[in-house]
Design a binder for this molecule. Sequence first.
Ligand SMILES: [Zn+2]
Ligand SMILES: [Zn+2]
Length: 153
Amino acid sequence: MRTSEGKIDVGSVLVAGREIDVREQIGLPPSETLSFLGPAKVALTVRKLAEGLELEGTVDVEAIGTCGRCLDDLRFPLHLDVEERVEAEAERSETLGESNLLSGDELDLSDLIRQLIDSALPMVVLCAEDCPGLCPTCGRKRDGSCTCPPPTE
Ligand SMILES: [Zn+2]
Ligand SMILES: [Zn+2]
């Protein structure tokens, strides 16, 4: 499998109504809160709808984020079940709002996947559901490295 930037030519889908299978590894740009260990493994079927495209399949990628409490780096696998519509005319996607995902015959899968990941993830990711976070007094992690007395209520 080759790694691409995620720009897919969907001309044959739009014009001839053909269904295409996209099996690619797509490099995703990191954001402020999230980066990726490798390219996303994409397995999508793209078909034509009356007004636009339908994408269906899965995306898997190994993500690296930061715990919202203790600020530790954490690695976690992301699996997305994709069922998404992209309108050709208005260039917008049903759940993602206005965007330029589709320009002419070119579908920006990388951008689409980034948006799907952002909407799939909670605002804050945690290394563990019960992560104790950082001590407000010494700033160390409250997992034994901090020896401050417990805060008095
Ligand atoms: Zn944590
Ligand atoms: Zn402390």
